[in-house]
Design a protein around this ligand. Sequence first.
Ligand SMILES: *Cc1c(COP(=O)(O)O)cnc(C)c1O
Length: 378
Amino acid sequence: MRTAIAEIDPDALRTNLARVKSLCPGARVLAVVKADGYGHGLLRVAAALAAADGYGVASLDDAARLREAGFRQRIVVLSGFDEARDLPEAAALRAELVLHDDSQLERLGAWRGEQLCAWIKLDTGMHRLGFDCAPASMASLRARLAALAARVDPVVWMTHLACADQPGHPLNALQQRRFATAIDGWSCPTSIANSAGVLLHPATRSGWVRPGGLLYGLSPIAGRSGADLGFVPAMRVKSRIIAAHRVAAGEGIGYGAVAVADRELRVGVVSFGYGDGYPRHAGPSARVRVGARLAPVLGRVSMDLITIDLSGVPEAQVGDEVELWGPGLPAEHLAEAAETIGYELTCGVTRRVRFVEKAVVSRTAEAQGTSVSMTCST
Ligand SMILES: *Cc1c(COP(=O)(O)O)cnc(C)c1O
């Protein structure tokens, strides 16, 4: 039996939601649970985050899974709908659709079912999804929505910041100004903030906030871990050492012999590879946690295995547990070594990893095992 396990901590999810709420008093929270709850498991995440005001998903399929499991909260489909046949399904699921493109308004023109709630997304500068927010375009958008009033109820006006993780970026202020101008005179609730907005842009902490990453204890800011920002990682990915041996100086380790022992090394083999979601492009700064210590990853990541340098962990033995990322070793640390972000790591844990729910009983004891922050570059 493979020993790769992803432990999901519902208490961490709850704690992180409470912290978001305390940062955004008076705002409503749309908990973003797309991509199977950032890889943590949609239904278990939704259950832990039941105190949120609604869930943000990327597909009607996810909305259906939530309704089938009995969740009655508001559900917002962040990319809206693509086809006419999505509309009866959205109505049946009481899912709210994000509208962002003229093609959707055309399809709604032919909709004869009940009135649907919609979030109207404006493109204020990110140039991904959203209606153009220039004054002339806004006038025509408002006229088109008015003509569709029997079919669509625009309940929230939203936009998305392109550079929210960079507090000094001029696009942040520009996007907020354009948004304010575009919706001037409408009394609808608004929604701007993602996780980085919640953390760094107080003016966006109103109406509906839409955090994803922070709820999972993931950092939206480069160079900081979720824990650095006061959030608790909700996923711990772990496995075990299944072999250990000595490799003489000058010998290569793993595929391509890209790692060469510069002295005699004690090498451990961990049952976890890219087939489980370990990033194959992790560079030489990648570490795993073994007990209270960090061990460097050696050579290429293979499908089922990674090799680690146990020279600095003499007490480690076959059978010992290894943390790949989690509360004892920030996902952001490995993400940096692999030139990606923590979000991609949690989304990428594969189906053969066994998911279990486990609250971390004593977080402080856990943290004392080793203190690894983004500034520690061992
Ligand atoms: C994914 C997403 C979010 C959440 O982003 P985080 O960085 O995870 O907080 C918010 N809004 C929209 C429209 C999204 O697609």
